[in-house]
Write a protein that binds this ligand. Structure first.
Ligand code: PLP
Length: 452
């Protein structure tokens, strides 16, 4: 079997950067990415046979852990009946019903293949519904790689230290207004100045693509209030948070259960209707967990807006592989398995992992802060983070350089962290005592590396 380095060399010769998504290339941490050959539960195995405790979780989908036997069986059963048909299948309806059952803010759903398509479609719908062009997003939030949403984006754009992307026409970029996250005053001022031109505000449920930066108390509710007042739509991007932080995603956690930074625990209610919610977005986008590890994402929301989509309405959207039968099978199996016990397991494992790592860092005198949004967390470095990181400027001002040695020491100790300080750590229900032991054994050395 070729080494990771040999595989990376071959890949780089034919694939730009050797990867199909930039952060995978280890650009900000250096070294050679591990080429994964298999994954099961909380572990991945690389081309050299090394087994790693995985905290990347396919960047979010692996809520149950990798290759859950019931999810794999559902995909195998679907595959045996044919791979794709370009015609409707019952699996799409069943998954749509499950999404709406969990998230009553969703009255209708359209499935696409990626989170990028979901947010792109949501923005187009908002423009179609309002007849307006401008879209407001927040610096450090990532909504996929469509032209209009890359400005000051988080995730790989933040990791690469980029302001946006080349190739985005100026005229397109000019339709996006970027505001600081968690800044209600900036939002109010923006709407006062240009409210009549704004089609939508798009925000992550909780920002988790500049590291985890939870919304300040009342921030999302205020977005809802201001957009409604000005006839604009609110798009809650739950591609990352949806079905991960709780059964009804971030919306369920915050608007229904009353999550706030001050009281970050919740009991997970399964809302039966929007009446239970303090605020309701017009549109929501989902990805990652909803596809159970297969290429599937969704846009959903109020029926009268969703029905503007073709073939009923004038807003065009389509996809050869949309609502793919294997992906809907994986998504449905995953959501059916994601019960209260799964969310409790993810929360408990996240808390244990974060506290083990945090204690190791403190023991080495490394100033840091664990930032939480439900069960999602990331570690930010430096004394400047002590009072909390509330926006992209503060997230970028941390001691980002500590992440690379920290990351590599963990990797040597058998633990795969996200290869960027700007990403959340993805824990699954399969992370148990054995994985915690590996993490605890690797943490002191990683903390020492971060201290240097
Ligand atoms: N929106 C959010 C909040 C995300 O975190 C991501 C991906 O990380 C996307 C959208 C884009 O999803 P995809 O990578 O499936 O296109």
């Amino acid at each position: 079997m070729p080494t990771n380095a040999a595989l990376f060399d071959s890949a780089r010769a034919i694939i730009p950067g050797g990867v199909d998504s930039p952060v995978r290339a280890f650009g900000s941490v250096g070294g050679t990415p591990r080429f994964i050959v298999s994954a099961s539960g909380a572990r991945v195995r690389d081309a050299e046979g090394a087994e790693l405790v995985d905290l990347v979780g396919s960047w979010g989908p692996a809520l149950l852990g990798h290759a859950h036997p019931e999810v794999v069986a559902a995909v195998q059963e679907a595959a045996a009946r044919g791979l794709s048909f370009g015609a409707p299948t019952q699996g799409e309806t069943l998954l749509a019903q499950e999404v709406a059952r969990r998230v009553p803010a969703v009255q209708k759903v359209r499935f696409v293949s990626t989170g990028t398509e979901a947010t792109m479609t949501a923005v187009r719908l908002a423009r179609g519904a309002t007849g307006r062009d401008l879209v407001v997003k927040f610096a450090g939030c990532y909504h996929g790689h469509s032209d209009g949403l890359l400005a000051e984006a988080g995730s790989g754009v933040a990791t690469g230290g980029l302001p946006g992307s080349a190739g985005v026409p100026q005229a397109v970029a000019a339709q996006t207004i970027v505001l600081p996250y968690n800044d209600v005053e900036a939002l109010r001022a923006c709407f006062q100045a240009r409210g009549e031109q704004i089609a939508a505000v798009i925000c992550e449920g909780a920002a988790a693509n500049m590291g985890v930066v939870p919304p300040a108390r009342g921030f999302n509710a205020e977005i809802r209030r201001i957009t409604a007042e000005h006839g604009a739509l609110m798009i809650l991007d739950e591609v990352l948070t949806g079905f991960r932080v709780g059964p009804a995603g971030w919306w369920g956690l915050e608007a229904v259960e009353g999550w706030s930074i001050e009281a970050p625990t919740a009991a997970h209610r399964w809302p039966a209707s929007t009446q239970e919610a303090a605020w309701v977005p017009d549109l929501l986008t989902f990805g990652k967990v909803v596809g159970g590890g297969m290429p599937l994402a969704a846009v959903g929301g109020r029926a009268e807006i969703m029905d503007l989509l073709a073939p009923l309405g004038p807003v065009y959207q389509a996809g050869t592989l949309s609502g793919h039968p294997l992906a809907t099978a994986a998504g449905l199996a995953t959501l059916q398995l994601a019960d209260d016990a799964v969310y409790a397991a993810v929360e408990s494992a996240s808390q244990q992992i974060a506290s083990t790592v945090s204690q190791a860092l403190s023991a080495q005198g490394v100033e840091h802060r664990v930032q939480w949004a439900g069960s999602l967390f990331s570690i930010m470095f430096g004394a400047g983070t002590a009072a909390g990181v509330a926006d992209y400027e503060a997230a970028r001002a941390q001691e980002t350089w500590r992440h690379a040695p920290f990351f590599h020491a963990f990797l040597e100790g058998g633990v795969a962290l996200p290869p960027s300080v700007f990403e959340a750590w993805f824990v699954s229900a399969a992370h148990g005592p054995a994985e915690l032991e590996v993490i605890a054994a690797a943490a002191p050395k990683a903390a020492r590396a971060a201290a240097q």
